[in-house]
Design a binder for this molecule. Structure first.
Ligand SMILES: N[C@@H](CCC(=O)N[C@@H](CS)C(=O)NCC(=O)O)C(=O)O
Length: 212
């Protein structure tokens, strides 16, 4: 298994956590986003969107972090599932994961920030305001969903990490990197801390990756 990733990519961070939770060994090939390696032909052949991660297993190349995580569940059912339970449990886990991966992360992505500052002429201050605005928009709803549900446990869904936690931790890392005030989200902060006490999450931290 090969993960083409970048240390600070939160989508790749998700896959690193998922692989660690499932106890699957993998090789890492860094693709440096700051040097635009993701826009080069070598990486476009792996992911024509020019994004990381890309994941290769048994000669098959897979794109999109959530699809990669669900592939791991399907291809390696003997390992801890990331999405499990009744249809309603699975829908809740996927819903929480998608709230982060589909509704928060894409608008704060590197290419969006570059476009804001480059093509649209936003200042650094406006860029930061944009970044934090979309974190707050997403985290408001996420906090309420987590805090008001008795299905929330030590982690986002019960007392075992799931795909929702795999998405939550990198998003909180990003929020902290951009110095976002998270005091209004005690449940998110608590779950993030509980996750990071686990080796699978700690080992996936951006600072510990090649090229960090
Ligand atoms: N939906 C994709 C998102 C992938 C993505 O946005 N990757 C970012 C890093 S977190 C990236 O490659 N950004 C490069 C850029 O914006 O130029 C996934 O989940 O895999």
């Amino acid at each position: 298994m090969i993960l083409y990733d970048y240390c600070r990519s939160s989508a790749a961070y998700r896959v690193r956590i998922a692989l660690n939770l499932k106890g699957l060994a993998y090789e890492q090939v860094p693709v440096n986003l700051l040097q635009a390696e993701h826009r080069g032909e070598e990486h476009l052949a792996r992911n024509p969107q020019g994004l990381v991660p890309a994941f290769e297993d048994n000669g098959v190349m897979i794109n999109q972090s959530l699809a990669i995580c669900e592939y791991l569940d399907d291809a390696y059912p003997q390992t801890a599932p990331l999405v499990a339970g009744t249809p309603a449990d699975k829908a809740r886990i996927r819903g929480l994961a998608q709230l982060i991966a589909c509704d928060i992360h894409p608008v704060d992505n590197l290419r969006v920030l570059k476009y804001l500052v480059g093509e649209l002429g936003a200042s650094e201050e406006q860029k930061l305001e944009w970044y934090r605005h979309w974190i707050h928009e997403g985290f408001k709803g996420l906090e309420r969903r987590l805090a008001e549900s008795n299905q929330t446990g030590k982690f986002c869904h019960g007392d075992t990490p799931t795909l929702a936690d795999v998405c939550l931790v990198p998003q909180v890392f990003n929020a902290n990197r951009f110095e976002t005030d998270l005091s209004a989200y005690p449940t998110i902060v608590r779950i993030n801390e509980a996750c990071n006490e686990l080796k699978a999450f700690a080992d996936a931290h951006p600072n510990l990756q090649p090229g960090a």
